[in-house]
Write a protein that binds this ligand. Structure first.
Ligand code: OOG
Ligand code: MG
Length: 263
């Protein structure tokens, strides 16, 4: 694929996000788009955002649990980037008028105290480099029609990143009474349990997700940095949101994280 096309598709996806409208999947125009080329489009999209003054808060992992892979019919993990404008305080609101067809996921966030550089990062190294863990809600909002895509499409679209809510309590990772894989997670909407699971759903242990991320980033000479806030991926399937919803994610030992959905 020609390099000028990377820029064209990145602009298309950025406009779709800004104008809150769905666009056709890139693979409809370029059926043989590879994952590698898709990451080049993602890099262009990241450049467009940073050039317009937005700041990266950290990379994130996606499609790291069986539940997510089965729901989206994509069987490989991906990464994308979270930006400052995506952050909503816990208890705050998101607005349907700013989004296309948002869904919510409950996740465990890692806050790093030290850099991590691949390609041989292990989960043990992740655990010793991590300062805090926190409960998180991620709002994903694919820019593609009907929220359906193939692996390269979703890579190009910055892994559907849209909004993020981090719980108010940062828990020092070494103060946990059980390992993170045994931490239960429940997602309630308007008081009704919509999905539940445990940390183990994410690559057997969410630290594995951070290790995979560090090792994937090493391919383009990037590393995870102290202070990065990293989402390790939805523990359960994502749930569609509507105006009027109140969402609460509850994680054992980590506390709650919540948001409301306005018109
Ligand atoms: C892709 C993003 C997936 C996760 O946590 O698995 C993701 C999507 O499902 O639209 O953020
Ligand atoms: Mg996610």
């Amino acid at each position: 694929m020609k390099v000028s096309l990377y820029r064209k598709f990145a602009e298309l996806l950025n406009e779709a996000e800004r104008e809150k409208r769905e666009v056709a999947r890139i693979t409809e125009e370029v059926p043989d788009l590879s994952a590698e080329e898709a990451y080049k489009i993602q890099e262009e999209l990241i450049k467009i955002k940073t050039n317009s003054g937005h700041r990266i808060i950290g990379p994130k992992m996606g499609l790291t649990s069986q539940a997510k892979m089965a729901q989206m019919k994509v069987k490989e993990p991906i990464y994308g980037y979270l930006f400052d404008y995506m952050f909503v305080p816990s208890g705050g609101a998101i607005h349907m008028s700013e989004l296309i067809h948002p869904k919510v996921e409950v996740e465990i966030a890692f806050i790093l105290g030290e850099d991590l550089e691949g390609p041989h990062v292990t989960s043990t190294q992740v655990l010793s480099a991590t300062k805090y863990v926190a409960p998180a809600l991620e709002i994903i909002d694919s820019r593609y029609q009907d929220f359906t895509f193939t692996l390269p499409d979703v890579i190009a679209d910055n892994a559907s990143s849209s909004r993020v809510v981090i719980g108010n309590t940062m828990t020092p990772i070494h103060s946990l009474k059980t390992d993170l894989d045994l931490i239960g997670a429940a997602l309630y909407i308007n008081g009704e349990l919509k999905a539940c699971g445990a940390g183990a759903a994410v690559f057997n242990h969410p630290a594995n997700s951070v290790a995979v991320l560090a090792n994937m980033l090493a391919r383009k000479g990037e590393r995870l940095k102290a202070g990065d806030i990293i989402l390790t991926g939805g523990i359960t399937e994502a749930i569609q949101l509507s105006a009027g919803d109140t969402v609460i994610g509850q994680l054992d030992q980590l506390g709650d994280v919540s948001l409301s959905v306005k018109e």
